[in-house]
Design a protein around this ligand. Structure first.
Ligand SMILES: [Fe+2]
Length: 295
């Protein structure tokens, strides 16, 4: 069963118009009322957002900016060793700030001239068809909150560090951006929920957790690996399998643990041929055939 919903803290609109983000008791920010109030205010920004208008600025503390600075510094070192050449080229072109959390509007302003992508704020979980569908139009839904400052290298949810360091650096490269757009077109084309989930699983095992041969080394291009301080050191030791659509659709994953089954493309061209080609033309029948062979 596909359970992405558990990845995000639920967001509840109250009768009085306020918005409450329901953090679980195990969340590092659970017992911090100041953090929780800020989470509620940031979720409210996304719920009130009107497409076509500038994304309202989220309020971050100096401690939170310091978390961004520390994670950016540490990940940049690891990226040199573990990220694909195209991801590194995207990051160099994008030029994200290193000392503070950029606002999503600022990320859009940096990204749009490069590949046409703009960010949109998300309070929490966005329905799959909407989340993936707008990729076809060059929009990327992103959370705005940041992880709790007490654990700078850990987050139970996809926070702005994941969304921007992981995804925007990839979206800044035209070949990756084209793959994101194709995923969006596929999500719009398929009709059944099963086919939509299949499209999203292929996205999960590629644009989120994909790895790729580069020379004699294994590199990562997936945003989930490249934004995770712990996972980036571990991926080469995981169960690495050949790039295979049916196998991706049949492989379960647990979002609460390190992704231990990864699929390797032999090159970016290989990824474009297999996964880009699938998203470019897939329909419900094609997905049904793959599901029948995936076991
Ligand atoms: Fe992501």
């Amino acid at each position: 069963m596909f359970e992405e919903a558990q990845y995000f803290a639920p967001v509840a609109a109250q009768k009085d118009g306020s918005v409450v983000v329901e953090l679980s008791a195990s969340h590092p920010g659970f017992a911090d009322p100041v953090y929780r109030e800020r989470r509620n205010a940031i979720a409210r920004l996304a719920l009130d957002y009107q497409p076509g208008t500038p994304i309202p600025a989220a309020e971050y503390t100096e401690q939170e900016h310091a978390v961004w600075a520390m994670v950016t510094r540490e990940l940049a070192v690891k990226h040199q060793k573990y990220a694909t050449a195209e991801y590194l080229a995207g990051a160099a072109r994008l030029g994200l700030p290193q000392d503070r959390i950029p606002q999503l509007e600022e990320v859009s302003e940096l990204l749009e001239p490069l590949t046409g992508f703009r960010y949109r704020p998300a309070a929490g979980l966005v329905p799959l068809r909407e989340f993936y569908g707008v990729l076809a139009d060059g929009f990327f839904y992103s959370t705005q909150y940041v992880r709790h400052h007490s654990v700078p290298f850990y987050t139970p949810e996809p926070d702005v560090i994941h969304e921007v360091i992981g995804h925007a650096n990839a979206l800044a490269h035209p070949r990756y951006a084209a793959l994101y757009r194709l995923a969006g077109q596929a999500a719009r084309r398929v009709e059944g929920e099963q086919a939509l989930e299949f499209v999203s699983k292929v996205f999960w095992f590629t644009m989120e957790f994909g790895v790729m041969a580069e020379g004699h080394e294994l590199k990562a291009y997936g945003a989930g690996i490249l934004s995770s301080y712990g996972e980036i050191e571990e991926f080469r030791g995981m169960d690495i399998r050949p790039l295979d659509l049916a196998a991706m659709g049949a492989t379960e994953y647990d979002i609460t643990k390190y992704q231990d089954v990864l699929f390797r493309a032999e090159s970016l061209q290989h990824l474009e041929d297999v996964v880009g080609g699938f998203w470019d033309s897939c329909d419900d029948d094609a997905v049904a055939r793959l599901l029948a062979t995936g076991v």
